[in-house]
Design a protein around this ligand. Structure first.
Ligand SMILES: [Fe+2]
Length: 279
């Protein structure tokens, strides 16, 4: 619990504080990020999409599937979202999320171009084992029900984001394609594994270079999550490897972006008000 308290911020905190937490821990939690009205709207839209049990509102639904082998996942390109899910779209394309992602990476970002709705149900299998993501991103993650370990909530090894980043870069510099980077993490290599127990409507932001997992959903519990992935531009694809044509093009573009915008990491000291969150 001590670890978890380190990550907490109030909804009216300055963006610079969000970035300080992310830099230091790789993760932060903004309490009561959503108003009750917006949370209800997201819950309604989530249920509308997934209760259809098939593709609905331009979402692609993977019925009877989750990583924990009992649940459902639906995915949609943000640009294809209809007015039927306008609360999801406006929440995950907010100016606030753009400022956080671009402040974190120091370059322009693709903000939550894909949105995932996941509904995990009781299973003997954990949702995902300890790992770091192969593709670089910043994740914006909202639970629609209160979660603790019994819901299979997200777990994060606080402060491991640099370690994961160095490991990924080591393999990339060795010529390994991004999709082939070994990314499983044995439990004995963890330092601060923490159950991210939060309430519905809190916003978790995390760098998935840090070690993380999804737990086991116990009988009588569930987990409902909407998440978006923000990627620094240019996005390094799963087939990228060091010194291929794709790599050079991206590296040159990235360098020019860094030279132009690196200073923007000194951030606007704005507050997370309902007005600038578009709520
Ligand atoms: Fe992951």
């Amino acid at each position: 619990m001590k670890n978890l308290n380190l990550l907490m911020l109030e909804a009216d905190s300055e963006i610079s504080l969000v970035l300080e937490k992310l830099d230091k821990y790789g993760i932060c939690v903004i309490k009561n990020f959503l108003s009750e009205l917006t949370l209800s709207a997201l819950q309604y839209e989530f249920d509308q999409v997934l209760s259809a049990g098939e593709d609905h509102f331009n979402f692609t639904t993977n019925k009877n599937f989750s990583y924990g082998e009992n649940g459902q996942v639906a995915k949609c390109k943000t640009v294809n979202m209809t007015e039927d899910v306008k609360a999801i779209k406006s929440t995950f394309t907010s100016d606030f999320m753009r400022k956080v992602a671009e402040g974190y990476f120091g370059v322009d970002c693709e903000i939550n171009d894909d949105i995932y709705l996941t509904h995990d149900l009781p299973s003997k299998k954990q949702i995902l084992p300890w790992h770091f993501d192969r593709q670089q991103s910043l994740k914006f993650y909202i639970n629609l029900v209160n979660v603790s370990k019994r819901n299979g909530s997200l777990e994060y090894d606080i402060g491991s984001h640099r370690e994961g980043h160095f490991r990924a870069n080591y393999y990339v510099l060795s010529g390994v394609e991004i999709k082939n980077i070994p990314n499983d993490i044995p439990a004995e290599e963890l330092h601060n594994p923490t159950v991210i127990a939060v309430n519905a409507g809190d916003l978790i932001i995390f760098d998935p270079d840090g070690f993380h997992k999804g737990g086991v959903v116990s009988v009588g519990y569930e987990r409902k999550v909407i998440r978006g992935h923000a990627h620094p531009i240019p996005i390094r694809g799963y087939n990228s490897r060091l010194f291929d044509a794709h790599w050079w093009i991206q590296s040159c573009l990235n360098l020019s972006k860094i030279l132009k915008t690196r200073g923007s990491r000194t951030l606007p000291r704005e507050r997370l008000t309902r007005a600038n969150l578009g709520r």
